[in-house]
Design a binder for this molecule. Structure first.
Ligand SMILES: Nc1ncnc2c1ncn2[C@@H]1O[C@H](COP(=O)(O)OP(=O)(O)O)[C@@H](O)[C@H]1O
Ligand SMILES: [Mg+2]
Length: 389
């Protein structure tokens, strides 16, 4: 196997590989392993969805808790908007204020300042009956599922419909049957929560949250109690629901990897503040705030200090190239090397997906030739270039 193809094999598993690979005239197409038609199809759907209407507006919203007669701030004044039909991630360490923020969206907690608009209505002004109707529009799932242990799977799913008091028995039965199919639990309908696995319990939680046909689904650390494989299947279910039902999902997590897999946009929280917000591809590939960087490095299992030490051994200029979407398929390095006369060494590389969009990142050292020609060629090909040294 040639040196260049061994690099492709090493990075195609979605993990970082490290080490010095001498790039003697390699001309591989980073990401040939991905199916281009699949990318184009899903990319179109994504672009269309992100142009939706705003459904949630936070206008200088703040929240303090009264503790021992003192007001302790949990959310500093925050303004943001969430679009209809998007999956919006909120990532932050424990205590950052994520649950507080999401509990404001369904008024489980009242804000201590600012306005919250849902579908253009100021929800903080609702009376009791308006609030009941509003809560049916917003479903929620939790880290520890919060199922009723004395009720069967089917009865847990039916519970919010019965509580609402506006559905007939037939409507409830039909909806429960439909949801059992939706979350693949038809055979478990008469079991009790204690007889289910964690993943199955969360599926019941999802079906229950969907019972009254909400337009917004809030997920508070919904996969944090699950193993990696079950996490994947629950995230896939949430992505399917988002796509097929057009539901807006607000998803809280302390793992950037969860954001990378399913979210369109993300807000990063630190000590009660949103410190960075944007499209997941921008925030994930070019994190600006130190907290965001920590989350990204952690999710990619990068030891930042170790990486810096490795870079000291490399010669010449060091660049990080980011290929996104279509440019991921461009067989660029070989032609740039030929045109510019620059010799490359690959220091590290990764190919993976952000939601359905492929991306690649390569850290290279460049020696000799015409560096400016090489930089211009990368930029002309829509490859983002960051000079690390
Ligand atoms: N009901 C409450 N009463 C008092 N303090 C609270 C309450 N809920 C949360 N807090 C405090 O608010 C801060 C943010 O908490 P939370 O929103 O739960 O963070 P996260 O979900 O990011 O872990 C923490 O300091 C927490 O101790
Ligand atoms: Mg929390």
């Amino acid at each position: 196997m040639s040196q260049s193809s061994s690099v492709v094999a090493a990075v195609s598993g979605g993990k970082w590989c490290k080490g010095i690979y001498q790039g003697s005239g390699f001309g591989f197409a980073i990401g040939l392993v991905y199916n281009r038609a699949f990318y184009l199809r899903t990319h179109k759907a994504l672009t269309k969805r992100s142009q939706g209407n705003v459904v949630i507006v936070f206008d200088q919203v703040q929240k303090s808790y009264q503790v021992g007669g003192r007001a302790i701030p949990a959310l500093h004044p925050t303004s943001m908007t969430i679009d209809t039909g998007e999956v919006f991630g909120i990532v932050g360490h424990s205590g950052a204020g994520k649950s507080t923020l999401v509990r404001l969206i369904n008024l489980l907690e009242p804000p201590t300042g600012g306005r919250i608009l849902i579908d253009d209505e100021n929800i903080t002004g609702y009376n009791a009956s308006e609030l009941r109707a509003f809560r049916r529009k917003v479903g929620m799932i939790f880290q520890h599922f919060n199922l009723l242990s004395s009720k069967t799977v089917a009865d847990n799913i039916a519970f919010p419909m019965k509580l609402a008091g506006i559905y007939s028995r037939t409507e409830i039965r039909d909806r429960v049957d439909e949801l059992l199919k939706r979350v693949s639990l038809v055979d478990q309908a008469n079991k009790y929560p204690s007889q289910l696995s964690g993943g199955q319990k969360q599926r019941v939680g999802i079906a229950r949250a969907l019972a009254c046909r909400p337009t917004i689904l809030l997920c508070d650390e919904a996969t944090s109690a699950l193993d990696p494989q079950t996490t994947q299947s629950v995230l896939k279910l949430l992505a399917d629901i988002n796509r097929e039902l057009g539901l807006t999902i607000v998803l809280i997590t302390h793992e950037m990897d969860v954001v990378r897999r399913v979210c369109d946009r993300v807000a990063v929280m630190d000590a009660g503040e949103v410190v960075e917000m944007g499209a997941v591809s921008d925030v994930f590939l070019h994190p600006k705030h130190p907290t965001t960087r920590d989350f990204v490095f952690e999710s990619e299992s990068i030891d930042h200090e170790e990486m810096q030490q490795d870079l000291q051994h490399a010669k010449g200029r060091i660049l990080r190239l980011t290929f996104r979407g279509e440019s991921t398929y461009t067989p660029l390095l070989g032609s740039v090397a030929r045109e510019s006369g620059v010799d490359f060494s690959i220091l590290s590389g990764r190919i993976d997906h952000i939601k359905d969009t492929p991306y690649g990142q390569l850290t290279l050292s460049l020696v000799g030739g015409n560096l400016d020609t090489a930089m211009q060629a990368f930029e002309a090909a829509d490859v983002h270039v960051e000079v690390l040294r």
